[in-house]
Design a protein around this ligand. Structure first.
Ligand code: PDD
Length: 280
């Protein structure tokens, strides 16, 4: 792969970052993942708006403009011939020169990394056709989940816990309610109503979530933005999750309880089709 590092397009083997980089030492970095479908970037403006907000919230200075971000994304797609997958983007507070809890001096350039990732089975892999089984785990993350930081240790442990239990993914639960999935926003379907947790600092403000809510509003479908419990989900007709790397993904099992007939539900499948059609 040809990757982008601080202004240069170079082979991935040559892309090197300091051992004193704040991203490496302190987890002091933010990221975005933008999906690529038929060689086209999906929800690009939304991802860049969230990136700018994440940077602002953490006071990381990065003066790359939206047009420049777009040019970098397009160049990487072209150099790597990517048509189906995603572009990963990360901005850290930069090389601090040593380990130090204090931020490096103003003017320290951020470390900017982007690379493409191929996801050949994004459209029709086994999760799509069979649906996903989730387990719940307590939400032990920090309380600014609205900022998309690279501090993904608990998400990583949650996914491994699910895998070790023979399942596909984990849902985080806090104060009795589901916050979100380990790397996605979650929804349940009861009758003709789609229920999802409202936005706050407790969850990431998913770009796919925003696009899906727009699709639902345009079609006058019923949406309730309210927290729900594991028991609510187990008693629901359907469940699904959304993220840039999965669009709309049907969920067929929650903590060992099968939803409906154990196959992806009609609402999730229909919304997935609409989402992909609109992205194309
Ligand atoms: N994850 N919630 C969490 C905790 C996430 O990590 C993600 C995205 C989402 C969905 O956001 P969006 O629709 O903007 O992708 C919700 C990305 C895909 C990842 O970490 O790979």
């Amino acid at each position: 792969r040809t990757v982008y590092l601080n202004g240069d397009y170079i082979p991935e083997e040559e892309a090197q970052v300091s051992i004193f980089d704040r991203g490496f030492v302190m987890g002091d970095a933010v990221y975005e993942v933008t999906c690529v479908l038929d060689g086209k970037l999906t929800d690009f403006e939304g991802h860049m708006a969230r990136l700018e907000r994440s940077l602002r919230e953490l006071q990381i200075t990065c003066d790359i403009s939206r047009d420049e971000w777009l040019a970098i994304h397009r160049k990487l797609l072209e150099l790597n011939g990517l048509t189906l997958g995603g572009v990963y983007l990360q901005v850290s507070r930069g090389n601090a020169g040593d380990r130090d809890f204090h931020f490096p001096p103003a003017g320290t350039p951020p470390t900017v990394v982007l690379y493409t990732q191929e996801h050949p089975d994004m459209l029709d892999g086994p999760k799509v056709t069979k649906g996903v089984r989730v387990i719940s785990v307590p939400d032990l993350r920090w309380h600014r989940r609205d900022i998309k930081t690279v501090q993904l240790l608990w998400a990583s442990i949650a996914k491994m816990t699910a895998e070790q239990a023979g399942k596909d993914d984990a849902w985080f639960v806090e104060d009795g309610f589901v916050t979100e999935g380990s790397s996605n926003n979650c929804y349940i379907v009861k009758g003709d109503t789609i229920i999802t947790r409202p936005l706050s600092n407790d969850i990431l403000h998913g770009i796919t979530r925003a696009s899906l809510l727009k699709i639902l509003a345009e079609r006058q479908m019923k949406v309730e933005e309210r927290p729900f419990t594991i028991e609510d989900a187990q008693g629901a007709d359907e469940a699904f999750y959304t993220s840039a790397s999965s669009f709309v993904m049907p969920i067929v099992e929650v903590d060992g309880v099968t939803l409906g007939d154990g196959m992806p539900g009609p609402v999730a499948q229909r919304l997935r089709e609409i989402y992909i059609d609109e992205a194309r």
